[in-house]
Design a protein around this ligand. Structure first.
Ligand code: CTP
Length: 399
């Protein structure tokens, strides 16, 4: 996937530098070659020897290394790659870049280069939120520098918030996207995932057990194939993929609105477990437990988003994929949905509680289309995503 691509990897001075080991390994496994540049501060966190062993390359450290100037000068080094990746991009490195300083090898390369740059920031949350950093990021984005992360989480300094560096696999996905590689480059794909919540009163809602995992995995697999992904997610607790355009929604109606706004697209994957019903009237005050033995809620139907998109006359995505969650007569019910909603494929899954599929990490699906019924063995949801995205890429590149 990254075969023959040359990555110049600048390793900054932060605790997240240790993730470079896995990143280098992953890049080389994907077929890229890695030329590492280690800042003075970076040397405090990882050793030139470990980086050299993992990358199979000389590690560049010093700007005034004359031997290097005869072999490869810093100007050549700065232009001899397909992409420059900064991991971790510390507040100091970003500030140097924003003001055009060139007082060490890394900053000089970044000033001299005509190659695209991708930075993976990592720093303490206060430093990330500081106005100076915000200003620098804004300037650098305007200059065309790409960013991946940081993400929210607990940090080595003991604080919690935004500032933790993206994980190596997320950085590799961003690299592929930046290099516009993959079978789906140039394609826009809209994915919905998670449940929807239909508010009953200020404290209660109708919801379901969907975790959003399968939709998320599909979004990641699409990003890995270079697609531009819009992910419209109902309320979930999982981390949504970096690199996708994320739209968070609560109700089916909000999801419907966002889907319409996100079109046109080359493909549409409706994974979300949309609530079919919502209350006819939302109660502005909390419904009280009165003396009655029963409470009757009047429900009305939500719009069917999949059916709407499948039946679009204008700008219908070339490929519309729906999911079918069934507890009985899986194939018959799912086939009926395919025919009624007029989507191209239905990914059917058996969501009886004993299958542990809804909310679990594995899925056993049956792919139904006009071409027939294909039963897949039970596998991890990420493998289902890979297989589905592979088929989608084939289909989209044929039509
Ligand atoms: N779907 C949708 N809008 C709805 C309900 C469902 O777009 N209001 C989509 C789902 O995202 C899924 C497909 O339709 O891709 C089938 O959803 P499923 O819940 O299996 O079926 P329903 O159409 O809701 O029918 P039923 O509840 O009767 O099984």
């Amino acid at each position: 996937m990254l075969n023959g691509k040359k990555i110049l990897l600048i390793i900054g001075g932060g605790i997240a530098a240790f993730k470079c080991h896995d990143l280098i390994r992953g890049l080389r496994e994907a077929g890229a070659s890695v030329t590492p540049v280690l800042t003075e501060a970076g040397k405090e966190f990882v050793t030139p020897l470990s980086i050299s062993v993992l990358s199979g390359s000389k590690v560049y450290v010093d700007l005034f290394d004359l031997e290097d100037e005869t072999q490869m000068g810093h100007i050549e080094l700065s232009r001899n790659s397909d992409l420059i990746v900064i991991v971790p991009a510390t507040a100091d490195l970003l500030a140097k870049m924003a003001s055009g300083l060139a007082n060490d090898l890394a900053s000089t390369l970044l000033l001299a280069t005509d190659t695209e740059v991708l930075a993976a920031p990592a720093m303490n949350v206060r430093m990330w939120e500081h106005l100076a950093t915000r200003r620098n990021i804004q300037l650098l984005k305007k200059d065309g520098i790409g960013f991946i992360g940081p993400v929210e989480g607990s940090m080595a300094c003991g604080e919690f918030g935004f500032g933790r560096m993206a994980e190596p696999e997320q950085i590799i996905t961003a690299i592929k996207k930046k290099l516009s590689l993959g079978k789906l480059k140039g394609k826009h794909i809209v994915v919905t995932s998670g449940p929807t919540h239909e508010q009953i009163d200020p404290v209660r809602f109708i919801g379901n057990l969907s975790s959003g995992t399968q939709g998320n995995q599909i979004a990641v697999a699409l990003l890995n194939e270079g697609a531009r992904v819009t992910l419209i997610s109902g309320p979930t607790h999982i981390e949504l993929p970096l690199g996708a355009e994320i739209k968070r929604v609560e109700s089916a109606n909000e999801m419907f609105k966002e889907v319409k706004k996100s079109l046109p697209a080359d493909a549409f994957v409706m994974v979300a477990a949309v609530a079919d019903w919502k209350t006819k009237e939302f109660s502005k005050s909390k419904i009280k437990k009165n003396s009655d033995k029963e409470l009757v809620l009047k429900l009305i139907k939500n719009p069917d988003i999949l059916e709407y998109v499948s039946k679009l006359k204008k700008d219908r995505p070339k490929l519309v994929v729906g999911f079918a969650a069934e507890t009985d007569d899986l194939i018959a019910n799912a086939t009926e949905k395919l025919n009624r909603k007029k989507c191209d494929w239905i990914v059917a899954n058996d969501i009886r509680p004993e299958t542990n599929i809804m909310g679990g990490t594995e899925n056993a699906v049956i792919l139904i289309s006009n071409a027939g019924v294909e039963k897949w063995e039970r596998m991890d949801k990420s493998e289902v995503a890979l297989k589905l995205v592979g088929l989608m890429a084939k289909k989209l590149n044929l039509s």
